[in-house]
Design a protein around this ligand. Structure first.
Ligand SMILES: Nc1nc2c(c(=O)[nH]1)N[C@H]1C(S)=C(S)[C@@H](COP(=O)(O)OP(=O)(O)OC[C@H]3O[C@@H](n4cnc5c(=O)[nH]c(N)nc54)[C@H](O)[C@@H]3O)O[C@H]1N2
Ligand SMILES: Nc1nc2c(c(=O)[nH]1)N[C@H]1C(S)=C(S)[C@@H](COP(=O)(O)OP(=O)(O)OC[C@H]3O[C@@H](n4cnc5c(=O)[nH]c(N)nc54)[C@H](O)[C@@H]3O)O[C@H]1N2
Ligand code: SF4
Ligand SMILES: [Mo]
Length: 760
């Protein structure tokens, strides 16, 4: 029997302001508004440019044109892509802007305001003690940067964000490693690193083992911890088509995201757009951070219902006995109490998985951004293996990735965990061994900088300040670094708060559709796309391509060792180097002649033979997480009236791309602005709050006052707020094997603040 101590549903009760479906007409209205605006022609030109979409890793666009996916299907461009392009085709930041605005003023800007300043179009520097950024010459930039990166290799570092190209990524890591530094922090450390870690150990590969073609043959998708209607909208088309062919979708998410219930897709204007298409066949709402218990529960139910594929396990996996034993020995009481989902719901999920022909298991940040993120991924993949859903078409495990080229950065070796094959290829190129120290991933980089161990940092894109937990610590840490060089297309809050001790330089770069040379990127489905050359709309601008800056800097630092760096400004040569160093990327060496975009070899697994040394998938037992929350007293609250301790999930609103906010409200969750907390009505009533009351949300690093209470379809005991603003309130608790922070289970004390008490 269930001993679920959590309040029972309704967890699906949205507030009155939310629409009945995700997607739908507002998407078309957005398209119309932007494509008919004065920027319309520029927008269309970019949409038709032969380059991959800037936004997410689903990877639309490329050589077949801006609207095509790798299966050649048309109409595969969503409004997120328009949102991203609109920000890139903004006018430049005015020429005298930085002269007339002090750093203190710039620090007052919100993320949205910083982005709206426009495109960066000339390089600037902020010198120690100065109250302003000022223009700087290229000669001085190279002089400062060359000096900075000649420091001892363990004291220099890079950070990168997956918007750049494979070519820039390859050059970055080659430069850093030639210098002798392995400090290659990357945004994936904050993102899918637990997936990479777990998949490597289980399947011998770092990425999805499912192709788009294979996904199209599945008759069930399990989607855990992914808000795809917001963040990977074209994945929704695949789910709609799967439901149309009689397949089932199991959604696992503490929040009932409206677009995962019903989604109106513009790709099917008549059938889906206005009425909406049903997405979830079954919607499970676990306690945040408890997915291991839920998946072990599914495994237990698969055993009980006789769906375990014993022959498959015996022939193609290792250590399966311990995983089955774990599921058998844990009681239903323990499992349901840990995850807060009933036995009957868990059993229903197991029946669907057990009776489906091909199941693809997809997941995103709701799974990885936890103190046990790696175990979460193990538990999903264990479930796939137990039920025989891996190693063939139409089945397998599919992390749904982040940035549009984040996976490419990993493939190119921008990681502290360099693949042995790449290491050997680099050693050959360098003519020396490459036994570098461990290297700082993103969290280690912040800690090391705080401890004064980092002198120079180059950031190829991203917002290191805004993306990290504990913004105060991030600011302090960056302030301990002597020189920071930011390469960026647009200003962000990190440029204003993440100031170095002596020199902070911002270098304006060309984006993917503006580079004077071809580049490539890799989608989350392991598909490599070729981006054509382009032009920037910025007039009289002094921009540079990432490739040109990196090769020039490397040339000044390293001369012609181990390559003629300046020659690599012609990216064809970089692609040849990539082809001979990066496993699976052989075809890139000739892509300039063939124009053939390709699936990276050795990644997609359609036979039950895995890339591990034994050829078998290795399984791991998954301890249940300890989800005990602190008490109000732990937060220093002696008289906990009208207060609650909640498990706060932090993530994205509908209109933002990571730390960059495009619009303040989130219409699909009924959150009118960014200073809201989404809670269950039952919790609010328990604490004596009414909807729209103002509360204080306190974490272990700070607090936010005057936060508006919004009722939503979030399970009781949990809540949701938006980053980057919320990052100021909590310290990093990281997953030890991957270094990823637990952004999705932040213990917070929420109480009615003085403001609302006064009103009452
Ligand atoms: N438009 C747009 N597209 C994007 C991005 C963007 O910001 N904007 N960002 C890109 C990047 S870098 C990334 S990593 C991806 C992010 O894509 P997502 O992972 O979809 O993004 P999040 O907003 O972090 O949402 C995570 C979901 O996990 C759920 N969740 C939270 N905690 C748990 C839990 O404990 N268990 C389960 N099962 N679910 C949980 C939340 O309710 C939420 O629905 O999107 C990429 N694409
Ligand atoms: N609380 C909380 N924090 C989180 C998360 C969360 O869910 N909750 N998610 C985490 C995740 S998954 C991620 S991936 C990180 C994201 O962290 P980052 O990748 O570091 O941050 P972004 O906001 O994507 O970076 C945006 C900036 O990139 C620059 N940019 C855009 N395009 C280009 C380009 O082509 N070249 C260059 N050089 N620069 C460019 C622009 O200047 C823009 O301002 O945040 C993490 N932080
Ligand atoms: S799904 Fe992702 S890659 Fe495809 S168009 Fe939308 S944002 Fe771009
Ligand atoms: Mo991400």
């Amino acid at each position: 029997m269930d001993t679920n101590p959590q309040p029972q549903p309704p967890f699906h009760e949205p507030n009155a302001d939310t629409p009945a479906i995700g997607g739908g007409l507002p998407v078309i209205e957005y398209w119309a508004e932007h494509s008919l605006s004065p920027e319309g022609p520029k927008l269309w030109k970019t949409l038709f440019h032969h380059s991959a979409c800037l936004s997410c890793s689903w990877g639309t666009g490329g050589q077949k044109g801006g609207f095509t996916n790798e299966a050649g299907e048309k109409l595969q461009r969503c409004m997120k892509s328009v949102e991203a392009i609109s920000a890139e085709i903004q006018p430049p930041v005015p020429a005298h802007f930085f002269d007339t605005h002090t750093i203190a003023e710039l620090q007052q800007l919100s993320s949205l305001e910083a982005d709206r300043l426009g495109r960066l179009s000339f390089p600037v520097i902020r010198r120690a003690g100065s109250s302003h950024y000022e223009r700087i010459t290229w000669d001085e930039i190279y002089a400062i940067a060359t000096d900075a990166f000649q420091k001892p290799p363990e004291r220099v570092a890079s950070y990168s964000s997956g918007r750049g190209s494979n070519e820039a990524a390859f050059l970055l890591q080659l430069m850093m490693r030639t210098l002798g530094s392995n400090n290659l922090a990357d945004c994936s450390d904050l993102c899918h690193a637990p997936s990479t870690t777990a998949l490597k150990e289980m399947f011998g590969t770092n990425t999805s083992i499912v192709s788009l073609e294979s996904l199209k043959q599945a008759d069930c998708v399990v989607l855990a911890g992914a808000n795809s209607p917001y963040n990977h909208p074209r994945l929704m088309n695949e789910l709609i088509k799967l439901r149309d062919r009689g397949g089932k979708v199991i959604v696992i998410n503490p929040v009932m995201e409206i677009g995962l219930v019903k989604f109106g897709s513009p790709a099917f204007p008549v059938k889906s757009l206005i009425p909406g298409s049903e997405i979830a066949s079954l919607y499970l709402q676990p306690i945040p951070g408890s997915d291991v218990a839920l998946f072990v529960g599914i495994q237990k139910a698969l055993i009980e219902q006789g769906y375990v594929k014993q022959d498959f396990l015996q022939a193609h996996t290792e250590d399966w006995e311990a995983v089955l034993e774990q599921a058998r020995s844990l009681s239903w009481e323990t499992l349901t109490a840990t995850c807060g989902v009933s036995r009957s719901e868990i059993s229903a999920a197991a029946t669907i998985i057990g009776t489906s022909k091909g199941v693809v298991f997809g997941w995103a940040m709701g799974i990885t951004q936890h103190a046990n993120g790696v175990d979460n991924v193990y538990s999903i993949a264990n479930t796939a293996l137990i039920s025989g859903h891996a190693g063939r078409m139409g089945a397998g495990v599919m992390p749904v990735r982040g940035h549009s080229n984040v996976q490419g950065f990993g493939s190119m070796g921008v990681t502290v965990k360099l693949k042995e094959e790449i290491k050997q290829a680099l050693e050959q190129l360098l003519g020396r061994s490459l036994n570098l120290p461990k290297g700082y991933h993103t969290r280690d980089l912040i800690e090391a900088a705080e401890a004064g161990k980092v002198e120079s940092l180059i950031c190829v894109g991203g917002n290191l300040y805004g993306a990290n937990p504990d913004s105060t610590q991030a600011k302090r840490a960056l302030g301990n670094i002597n020189t920071i060089v930011y390469l960026a297309t647009k200003p962000n809050i990190g440029h204003f708060h993440g100031l170095a001790k002596i020199h902070t330089i911002i270098i304006p770069v060309l984006n993917r559709f503006e580079n004077p040379h071809k580049t490539t990127v890799e989608s989350g489905n392991n598909f490599v796309r070729l981006n054509n050359e382009g032009k920037t709309h910025l007039k009289e601008a002094d921009l540079i391509s990432e490739v040109e800056f990196l090769t020039e800097l490397a040339h000044r630092l390293l001369g012609e060792y181990p390559v003629e760096w300046r020659k690599l400004q012609d990216t064809r040569y970089v692609r040849q180097l990539i082809g001979s160093t990066i496993p699976g990327y052989e075809k890139i060496a000739t892509i300039d002649e063939t124009q053939e975009e390709f699936t990276i070899s050795g990644r997609i697994v359609t036979e039950p033979h895995f890339k591990t040394p034994s050829g078998k998938a290795k399984m791991f037992t998954t301890p249940l997480p300890n989800l005990t929350l602190p008490t109000p007293q732990d937060f220093g609250m002696d008289h906990p009236q009208n207060s609650l301790v909640l498990a706060l999930m932090t993530g994205r609103s509908y209109s933002q791309h990571n730390t960059v906010v495009y619009k303040i409200g989130d219409q699909y969750r009924g959150m009118p602005h960014r200073h809201c907390i989404l809670v269950n009505r039952l919790d609010a009533e328990r604490a004596n709050w009414a909807e729209h009351d103002r509360v204080t949300v306190q974490g272990d690093a700070g607090r936010l006052d005057n936060v508006e209470v919004i009722y939503g379809a979030v399970r009781a005991g949990a809540a949701l707020m938006f980053y980057p603003e919320v990052n100021v309130i909590f310290k990093a608790r990281t997953e030890t094997r991957s270094g990823t922070p637990a952004y999705k289970r932040v213990p917070v004390l929420v109480y009615r603040d003085r403001h609302s008490l006064e009103i009452a």
